[in-house]
Design a protein around this ligand. Structure first.
Ligand code: CA
Length: 415
């Protein structure tokens, strides 16, 4: 059967950034997403150079192993090309790009990956993230320092540990071979999707929208509906029972679809729409710089140390808060107690009428009153009305008032 896999590629600048630093390539056998970083001009150039260089590896391979080797060489070559470009254009220093790439070889896929763009497999209604983010927070998650939930809102979630760029001559690239079967949907995306749209939502879209183009459009729209603070790029590859080659013409999307421009444009940033962003559950605020590559392990240590100091500061502030709250409670309790001790009432103590200081209530085991003075009036000597009144206790305005009440009670006793 000579049907072709149905594929789609969509890239959108998003609602806040002035330029699209993402690039995508949807080829006959090869699929690439690259997310560039590095100031106003660098990021779009980095992802475009990488996508265009890696696209040269788009051909038919005898085995998936061959495809992996070729992909890896293409990424290394792209890395070299980025370093050369920076050498010729100093102003681009520090530019870099993520790359997530797949080559289909019949019922297998060759994978090469660096950075925090992602490859997902949607099979039998379930979404599985295939790639691991090369981020600072992912490293913290793996070492058990934070949870994945904390990573999603971590202030350093955008810090990348590995990218293609001008920093490392031999960057560490993840590679692999994956089995695929008819019905599989492979999703490649930049963090403009994965950082803002929940996996539940992605599953719902992939489950309900049958065409690759429709689903890819819908995924991008979902990110836009969430405010899309970042560029968003989505590639969707539906695997059918063909031998893998796409019948449609190869296409670039995003920055790679534009002519390379090395001119340093002064780009006017659109106003940031804070309310939308603050309401966002996954990334409450967009990272100021999309990506940043630490130059050394010692820098990583510094970052970890800084996070540790921040958490200690938080704990100290928390401790101060708790102490102040405790002081306030004790003070309120003391003042409240003092207030109760300015009150008197008449009641019964050991069968005799007595003046009590305080109020009748008690807080748990703590009684808020005590006997101030016991009188010689026997409760049994009182007429029943007065006896019941005393048993129910009689409030007094003051100590003098309490004495007056006692005098009146004495007057009505038989003695
Ligand atoms: Ca991004």
């Amino acid at each position: 059967m000579a049907t072709t896999p149905t594929t789609a590629a969509v890239s959108h600048v998003g609602k806040i950034r002035a330029s699209n630093q993402d690039s995508g390539y949807l080829g006959r056998h090869l699929y690439v997403v690259a997310d560039g970083m590095g100031g106003h001009a660098g990021g779009d150039i980095a992802s475009a150079i990488a996508a265009q260089r890696i696209a040269e590896a788009d051909r038919e391979y005898a085995t998936a192993e061959d495809a992996v080797m070729s992909l890896q060489s293409a990424l290394i070559a792209a890395n070299g090309l980025l370093a050369e470009t920076v050498f010729e254009h100093n102003e681009l220093t520090g530019m870099g790009t993520t790359v997530s790439a797949l080559v289909r070889v019949r019922d297998q896929l060759a994978l090469a990956h660096i950075g925090d763009s992602r490859v997902y497999l949607f099979r039998d209604g379930e979404l599985t993230q295939i790639t691991t983010d090369h981020t600072f927070v992912q490293r913290l998650v793996e070492s058990g320092r934070i949870t994945p939930e904390e990573a999603a809102v971590h202030p350093r979630r955008a810090v990348l540990m590995r990218v293609l760029g001008d920093v490392d001559a031999s960057p560490e690239i993840d590679t692999g071979i994956l089995d695929t079967q008819p019905g599989d949907r492979w999703l490649l995306c930049s963090d403009g999707l994965s950082g803002y749209v929940s996996e539940e939502k992605v599953v719902q879209i992939l489950r309900t929208i049958r065409t690759a183009q429709g689903a890819a459009d819908r995924l991008v729209k979902e990110s836009l509906d969430h405010g899309a603070p970042d560029n968003v790029t989505v590639l969707l590859i539906d695997v059918d029972d063909s031998d893998g080659a796409s019948g449609s013409a190869p296409v670039f999307v995003g920055s790679a679809a534009q002519p390379l421009s090395f001119a340093q444009e002064e780009v006017a940033r659109k106003p940031i729409r804070l309310p939308t962003l603050l309401l966002h559950p996954l990334k409450p605020t967009p990272p100021e710089d999309s990506h940043f590559e630490p130059e050394s392990e010692s820098y990583l240590d510094e970052l970890i140390e800084e996070d540790r100091r921040r958490s200690i500061r938080r704990r100290i502030m928390w401790g101060v808060g708790v102490t102040l709250a405790a002081i306030a409670i004790v003070l309120a309790g003391y003042l409240g107690y003092r207030w109760t001790q300015m009150h008197y009432y008449v009641g019964v103590s050991d069968g005799n009428v007595a003046i009590f200081k305080g109020v009748q209530q008690s807080i748990g085991p703590i009684s808020l009153s005590s006997v101030y003075q016991t009188t010689a009036i026997d409760l049994d000597e009182l007429p029943s009305y007065q006896r019941e009144a005393v048993e129910a206790t009689i409030s007094a305005e003051s100590l003098r008032d309490a004495h007056d009440i006692v005098d009146r009670l004495a007057a009505v006793t038989g003695g």
